[in-house]
Write a protein that binds this ligand. Structure first.
Ligand code: CUA
Length: 300
């Protein structure tokens, strides 16, 4: 968040520093007053001093406890209104819109050209992108700290968030609203990509058909009950679209590197890597898992 990669996040960073300095000033004043009162109490400890409340005490408490906080908080609120306005999305702008749906516990991304992917959302560099945020189940919150503020994904409602990435790169994102047992492993990447156009064109293409045993096991077996691989008979939408799975760098919602070992373990028993996730252990032999994984690894 303090290493902003775009206009929205620079606004958030500015607000963060404003609150930091205001809080530091208040904290310092409180410490000085505390030190003052401690020293004073020590000095008076042995004396027989008048311990009745001084006349100015209640006025002091009302001023520093009510009036000053009211003025400080109102001031910060007024200053932040300009940022709130600047961060708002203008729905009449004709900009690239990516629909992102939060699921327990992964992210589905749909592009205007029909491309569907999960957990690794590419965007063009230097262009504003509108994220249309929805939820398939419970409340999630979409947050890419280096690119902007977080925004809730609420069932039955569409929220929008506009982000721009100035430089190419992989920006880590996360779910920022507790949504169940695997909330902590509901990560994602937004990838600001110089080759966005060719990437999104490739993502819209169906998978290349293969005459492999792995593909048959996938499409005829339980995998196809939840996942889609466009171009094959597998077209379910319960779990992530796997059409170009091998082109992703991570699996399990950015929880694990997309390596042969991790993918094999995940297909064998996803519960060992994401306990509580919807995906059950595979009803396949080790050989069959190896064939399915070999097939998945061809899905570039
Ligand atoms: Cu989704 Cu927390």
């Amino acid at each position: 968040m303090l290493n902003p990669g775009g206009e929205s996040s620079r606004r958030v960073e500015g607000l963060w520093w404003l609150l930091f300095w205001v809080s530091l000033a208040v904290f310092t004043v409180v410490l000085v007053l505390m030190a003052f009162s401690i020293v004073r109490a020590r000095r008076n400890a042995d004396d027989t001093v008048d311990e009745s409340e001084p006349r100015w005490a209640s006025r002091f408490i009302v001023t520093t406890g009510v009036v000053v906080p009211f003025l400080v908080l109102t001031g910060v609120f007024v200053v932040s209104l300009a940022d709130v306005r600047a961060l708002a999305d203008d729905p009449t702008d004709n900009i690239l819109t990516v629909k992102v749906t939060g699921h327990m516990w992964w992210w589905e991304a749909e592009y205007p050209n029909g491309a569907v992917t999960a957990n690794e959302i590419h965007i063009p560099v230097g262009e504003p992108v509108r994220f249309e945020l929805e939820s398939a189940d419970v409340i999630h919150s979409f947050w890419i700290p280096a690119l902007g503020p977080k925004r809730d994904m609420i069932p039955g409602q569409t929220n929008t968030l506009r982000l721009t990435a100035d430089e190419p790169g992989r920006y880590r994102g996360l779910c920022a609203e507790f949504c169940g047992v695997q909330h902590a492993r509901m990560g994602l990447y937004v990838v600001a990509d110089r080759d966005y156009d060719s990437w999104v064109e490739h993502m819209a293409e169906p998978a290349e058909l293969s005459a492999s045993a792995g593909q048959d096991l996938f499409t005829a077996g339980s995998c196809a009950g939840c996942h889609a691989i466009r171009g094959t008979d597998a077209d379910a939408e319960v779990g992530p679209d796997l059409t170009h799975l091998a082109s992703r760098e991570t699996i399990g919602a950015a929880s694990y590197d997309n390596t042969h070992e991790n993918l094999t373990r995940f297909v064998t028993n996803a519960q060992s890597m994401k306990p509580g996730a919807v995906m059950p252990p595979a009803e396949l032999t080790a050989d069959e898992v190896a064939q399915v994984v070999a097939y998945l690894e061809t899905l570039q």
